[in-house]
Write a protein that binds this ligand. Sequence first.
Ligand code: GLY
Ligand code: MN
Ligand code: MN
Length: 437
Amino acid sequence: MKIDLSIYKERRAKLLSELPDNSVMIIAAASLVSRNADAEFPFRQSSDFYYLTGFNEPDGLLLLKPSSDQPVVLFCQPRDPEMEIWTGYRAGPEGCIETFGADAAYNLSEIDQQLPSLIDGVDQLFYPLARDAALDSRVKGWIQDLAKRVRAGAEVPKALSDSDPILHEMRLFKSDAEIAIMQRAADISAEAHVKAMQQCRVGMNEYQLEAIIQSHCMAEGARFQAYTPIVAAGKNACILHYIDNDQTINEGDLILIDAGCELDNYASDITRTFPANGQFSEEQRAIYQLVLDANKACIDAVKPGCNWDSLHQLSVEILTKGLVELGLLSGEVDQLIESGAYRRFYMHRIGHWLGMDVHDVGSYRVEGEWRELSPGIVTTIEPGLYIAPDDHSVEERWRGIGVRIEDDVMVTDEGARVLTSAVPKEIDEIEALMRRA
Ligand code: GLY
Ligand code: MN
Ligand code: MN
């Protein structure tokens, strides 16, 4: 499943219409990263570059210039029959024009010659400022090239501006085509989580559950995960970014799996927590139900106009109140919130934007205030509680329990559409699913 190439063209047209007349925007492709010697990590295109081109080759550069009669310029790897035998087909400048819709395209080797004249005399040069040292230095070189030729009439750009505010604001709001891809990625990952619950057995290794997840996603067309899966049994669930995934699953463990596949460079991001033996213990059930209550209440609160921070505060209130009721915190709820005492058990925020990047782009504050949710934004809702295995301030029976429940939620005119509802999260549903298996 892929986004149609015509959609990339529409995105470029929209961005061009939003750029000031006498400006240029430059967005670079990603490069291959060496693993060792001549072996490389799998290539993942820059999300900004892919969002505007659909072009999946390394090392290219996109230049957008609204005032030009050739507003879309691509630089790309040259056609090279000998290299292509080793590393595969390249579109070359011709393919960039014919397939990817550029108005003009050049081999990368021409970039230092072409770029100065393309940015000569512009009022504003947009690019991701200070994000990529190599690009910063190239831009500096092109500007210096112009500076040397001012007496011959060259003009350096009057201002350098960050491309993020314009481009990332566009990426924050998902179209129907994007939601269709994200829904499919979420469905594939939801099925993978269900399989992991069904096939989990005490005595397995965490990475064997990871294998079930990865295998299902790949078989369904999602070759890559959107991030390294977290498969954490027992106390490992209290390590927020646990990715070792190499311990044996023991009787009585809760298992926290945070895994989501990527489809055409769009992410899903799902966490479920379930008992290895299929039955929650009393303490596991109590913590799990509390996190589930927070997850559901926050999803119910998602609607246009809802303040981003108020969602987090709602989760803090529910979790803190519940922790007091369970005897894990003592004192006045308001005071425990004010002092941040709850952070011992809930140390992250309620969620993050989701899109091409798992922690997607788009600002959380607008003109100094927390953003209000609007239709088309996709966010995760992922409250969690983590009781450290060595926390001697609580009774031993609670120690080492870690629970997170994470869903992907699209804001609609009516409220929320949960993209990840295909994987169960009610205690009875999970126990029944595991019993049947
Ligand atoms: N999987 C990363 C996160 O949940 O934010
Ligand atoms: Mn997340
Ligand atoms: Mn996650």
